[in-house]
Write a protein that binds this ligand. Sequence first.
Ligand code: UDP
Ligand code: MG
Length: 323
Amino acid sequence: MDGKSIYSKSESIAMTSNPLLSIVIPLFNEVDSLPHLKKAIDTVLEREKIDTEILFVNDGSTDGSDKTIDRFASEDSRVKITHFRRNRGKAAALDTAFRLAKGKYVITMDADLQDEPEEIPKFIEKLEEGYDLVSGWKKKRHDPLSKTIPSKLYNTVARIISGVKLHDFNCGFKIYRREVLDTIQIYGELHRFIPILVDAQGWRVGELEVKHNPRRWGKTKYGISRFLKGFLDMLSVTYITRFQSSPMYLFGTIGFIVLLAGSIVLAYLSVGWFMGVSISGRPLFFLGILMIIVGLQFFSLGLLGEMISHMRNAIRPRDDEDV
Ligand code: UDP
Ligand code: MG
């Protein structure tokens, strides 16, 4: 079939060893949706004639998904598979695939067909407008309210704290230029913060509205507990991206404000004391002392942080400079 191709012929010839696109699919117990997903991907690739490899990462499935993707690999030479012996989480699955991907562009999508493979060409076009990462935005989301409401709140906080102007940080559908992936490491639950980590490295991050389908097969792997963990992780990521090289700016500022407030309180009480007012039983007295101690502790934390940061910079090789 001679469909319209979204990249030029010369590029197709030049990319014979390395494909234009790597499609990365992390999966955990998705046996029922996999055949539908593969078919939908094949249809798009066939029509658009995109030179592609498809990387399935089986994150310790126990429902027979492993056999299904083994079959894909035996039938289709573009398919590459990795099996984890146990469930290690979506972030670990993505990170493994990022190390293996050879495409000029790398697209990630969920295995449950909540993302539409039909949108792959739009992602490539948007990336080629001059972005390094384009993140999907599930504007009309087909998930239960228990998921969509906390998710809205979470995205608003992430936008304010990180300064990255995205509506949907945790969309599984994203496309990257491959070199971007060499600059980030995803572990734990960090897949939710990829745009923040990527933005912190100075790459251009864009957004593309995507269709979102209800889950038709299998069950979601994430309950409500992800939101508490998500908020805690957000604090860690913000701290690491903003203050890793200058922890004293954070802890020193807090320490300074608390110390100053404590000093003002104690100075005020001292004036009273000189004028003969008893201060020993006053709550303000204890508050003043507490603030001085807490302020000094924050300063000490800042100094320790600076020491660790200094040691990290002193021992790392010269060519590992942040750029
Ligand atoms: N997933 C995974 N490992 C896990 C949890 C999930 O590889 O430990 C995969 C899952 O199979 C799916 C994607 O990550 O392809 C997104 O998961 P899910 O659809 O459950 O998340 P939701 O859409 O409910 O946010
Ligand atoms: Mg899903």
